[in-house]
Design a protein around this ligand. Sequence first.
Ligand code: C5P
Length: 232
Amino acid sequence: MNRDVIIACDFSSAAATFEFLDKFTDVRPFVKIGMELFYAEGPQIVKELKARGHKIFLDLKLHDIPNTVRKSMAVLSALDVDIVNCHAAGAKAMMRAAVEGLTRPDGTRPLIIAVTQLTSTDQETMDRELLIHHPINEVVMKYAKNAAEAGLDGVVCSPWEANDVHSACGEGFLTVTPGIRFADGDAGDQKRIMTPDAAAKAGSDYIVVGRPITAAADPVAAYKRCVREFLG
Ligand code: C5P
């Protein structure tokens, strides 16, 4: 199914992650694992989550020369994760190498999506530090098109950009969108937020939801509400 709710498991240890996931007795949510947890616990955390029946988005954002990315992606592919990502800033040759590295001898591979311009870099930082002088939304769309041309499956973007990404790259090109909040929830440090049902209407294929679920008094109820609102 290419539409789902992914819980951002931003925990610092396997123990904290499993303490959280043990609350889910009748469902096995799709989970996102980031650099902190992967660097702390290594590939074993991925193997344990797969053994428990979770789908995994491994959010390691690879960015290096094509040969290094190709070989590293082959290692991640062997872990049988479901989604991986890399920086579109590595350019098309690197992204093509990433797809090659991920592809198993039988032709199957995990989905791969690109990070476009990090949301932590604003226009001023791009201008002054990175010498990227095009408007940020043009940069995001150009990076998304590069990713599509390199054979990637989609991008991480704001739900506010999902429609434009689909127009530029095709309806089948996946939009994986963080920045999700319930209508009655706290925005926290997220600026351009959307509710799960609005994200669905905006064309998000996957929503990535962290604190509205992980910090909820009842995380399982919050997850189920999110699924209900997003998938209808
Ligand atoms: O807790 P919250 O719902 O804000 O978590 C969102 C998740 O999505 C976090 O893991 C965060 O690092 C990630 N993310 C994001 N914005 C981006 C890219 C990734 O919030 N542009």
